[in-house]
Design a protein around this ligand. Structure first.
Ligand SMILES: Nc1ncnc2c1ncn2[C@@H]1O[C@H](COP(=O)(O)OP(=O)(O)OP(=O)(O)O)[C@@H](O)[C@H]1O
Length: 570
């Protein structure tokens, strides 16, 4: 049985040892009391005719009640421990993923990640809350009962041992097959959740492409694969369960037959035989569950493997000097090369200079590498070759969190995080004192104040899933207001004006013109009206700089730019 994945996952959790020991002691005590019962039964049966003692029977009753109370208490404590373990795993994996490097996160569908945190931990929860409360008492019962069995009749104990060994030999190869099947099934199930969440988040695109049938077929295919895994597991279980039951029944019959003979030749008393059988039942109950426990264990091991893989993902490095400012130093890309994967170079030999208090625009054909440059500026990725410098310091030496805190970033996307407009606006600003006046000023700069003031609930208006109740332009303006609230030293606007109407664009351009004296601004844009006034424009094509200058300079000397401008004006 392969345990390493689960043990590796549990390692390092901060579970209270005192609680584990206390709950285990209670569990052992309750199992030990149960072991006392068959001995009392033997005494009652063998001496029933000669010494009937009511107080003895009462004492047995009271002991049983105490046992039940101890058992209930230990069960509760151990189940709580199991729940806490799962809670810690969920917290650990989630926060690890939040800090994972972008390049390693990019390889997984976000749905896969969400599913790994939820479904895999649910599987482990099933094992722990089922196993933990029973394992300690089960072990005590088995060890104690075997001890008493040996004392009572070594001949009958030999029968029990043979049966147990036979059971283990039978179960072991089957459990290896279940392990592999559960791992594969878990991976399939994670993939399906990832795919489904991807399809449902793009449901409009899906419908507009009339792709329901095509998508349903793809889903059916995946669901059928999962079903086949389920069938395989059902086949294994349908062999395993009756096999275990048959071996147990055969063992009991042998004990009855052989035990009856031993009673008849007066080697043991009838009380010993019954007491022996009661002990055997105490062993059988944990053993009959072995099949289920192994199944849960294999499933959890598969789940733990996925979680360990996630925990092994490289995280971002948040060490490094925090004593820097972007205010009076320019950011320089020096011979930067970058590849998302080894087969294709996305940026090559790139030299850029983002001056502070200047508006720099990145323009160029689609797929040229503009957003990738922004990703390197935000330090989502590190250059594969060359350096990004702040003055004469390599930015890799600078604290990443401080770096990002100094940048206001408005991404291309058109959805926000947060349940209300206020929450979306203040997202990532927890712990910073933001006054109502600052909020109003940021909303005004983002040309959003009127819209929000006209809403009955104002900033407390709920934002529906995927920002469905906001237009693309409103989302972009909200993201701008959020970025401004951070009081950035550098403002990055990626395809910012794409969803703005011409009136909003005009006002926001005015705001940006006011801001360019206070901070560096980098704009990625296709609209000429947005980039015309830039202090410098980099024309990015095929991952490198094809031209640099103001709008007029580029028009005058870069045919590529001229053509680009003509195409924009068509
Ligand atoms: N996460 C990623 N993994 C792999 N390749 C990527 C990734 N993101 C972008 N690319 C590839 O890198 C190249 C540059 O993409 P990028 O988004 O930087 O271009 P862009 O100039 O911003 O394009 P657009 O104007 O269309 O937004 C493209 O070929 C794109 O396919």
């Amino acid at each position: 049985m392969k345990k390493s994945n689960l043990l590796q996952l549990l390692k390092g959790l901060t579970l209270s040892k005192t609680q584990i020991i206390f709950a285990s002691v209670l569990s052992i005590a309750s199992a030990a009391i149960l072991l006392y019962m068959p001995l009392q039964a033997k005494r009652l049966i063998d001496n029933f005719a000669t010494e009937f003692d009511l107080t003895h029977i009462l004492a047995i009753g009271v002991t049983l009640i105490v046992q039940a109370i101890l058992s209930a208490f230990s069960f509760y404590l151990l189940t709580r421990l199991a729940e806490r373990t799962v809670k810690e795993i969920r917290q650990k994996v989630s926060s690890h993923l939040l800090n994972a490097k972008q390049e390693v996160l990019g390889k997984d569908l976000s749905g896969d990640l969400a599913s790994s945190v939820v479904t895999n931990t649910e599987t482990i929860n099933r094992l722990l809350s089922g196993l933990l409360p029973n394992v300690v008492s089960g072990l005590t019962s088995v060890v104690g009962a075997l001890f008493f069995l040996c004392i009572m009749s070594w001949q009958l104990t030999l029968v029990v041992f043979c049966a147990l060994i036979f059971l283990m030999v039978l179960i072991s190869p089957i459990s290896n097959v279940t392990n592999q099947t559960y791992e594969a099934s878990q991976a399939k199930s994670n993939g399906l959740v990832g795919q489904l969440s991807n399809y449902f988040s793009e449901i409009k695109l899906l419908k507009s492409s009339n792709a329901q049938q095509e998508t349903a077929e793809k889903i059916n295919h995946e669901v059928t694969d999962l079903y086949l895994f389920g069938i395989r597991i059902a086949k294994i279980n349908s062999i395993m369960d009756p096999l275990v039951t048959t071996v147990i029944m055969a063992t009991i019959l042998i004990i009855f037959g052989f035990g009856g003979y031993l009673v008849s030749v007066k080697t043991i008393t009838i009380g010993t035989l019954i007491s022996f059988l009661l002990f055997v039942f105490q062993i059988i109950t944990p053993f009959a569950n072995v099949g289920n426990v192994i199944n849960d264990f294999q499933a959890s091991n598969g789940a733990a493997k996925h979680l360990n893989d996630l925990l092994a993902l490289q995280v971002e490095d948040y060490s490094g000097a925090a004593n820097f400012t972007l205010k009076d130093t320019s950011i320089v890309f020096q011979n930067v090369g970058f590849s998302y994967n080894p087969t294709k170079e996305t940026l090559r030999d790139l030299n850029l200079r983002f001056e502070n208090n200047q508006l720099t625009a990145l323009v160029g054909p689609s797929g040229g590498g503009k957003s990738t440059i922004i990703s390197l500026l935000e330090r989502f990725y590190e250059p594969t070759t060359g350096k990004v410098l702040l003055g004469d310091r390599n930015v890799q030496e600078l604290n990443l969190k401080t770096w990002r805190a100094k940048i206001g970033y408005v991404p291309q996307q058109t959805s926000v995080i947060g349940r209300t407009l206020r929450e979306s606006l203040l997202f990532g600003l927890k712990g910073q004192k933001i006054t109502e006046e600052e909020i109003q000023a940021a909303l005004k700069q983002a040309y959003l104040l009127d819209f929000i003031q006209n809403l009955p609930a104002g900033l407390d208006t709920p934002v529906t899933e995927n920002s469905g109740n906001l237009s693309g332009g409103q989302v972009q303006r909200l993201m701008l207001a959020r970025a401004l609230l951070r009081k950035p030293e550098l403002l990055i606007l990626d395809e910012f004006t794409s969803a703005l109407d011409s009136e909003s664009e005009k006002f926001i351009k005015q705001s940006i013109n006011h801001l360019r004296d206070q901070m560096g601004i980098v704009i990625v844009a296709h609209r000429l009206s947005t980039i015309k006034d830039a202090d410098q424009i980099y024309f990015i094509k095929d991952g490198t700089v094809a031209g640099l200058g103001t709008h007029e300079e580029l028009i005058a000397c870069l045919p590529l730019y001229q053509k680009y401008v003509e195409d924009q004006q068509l």
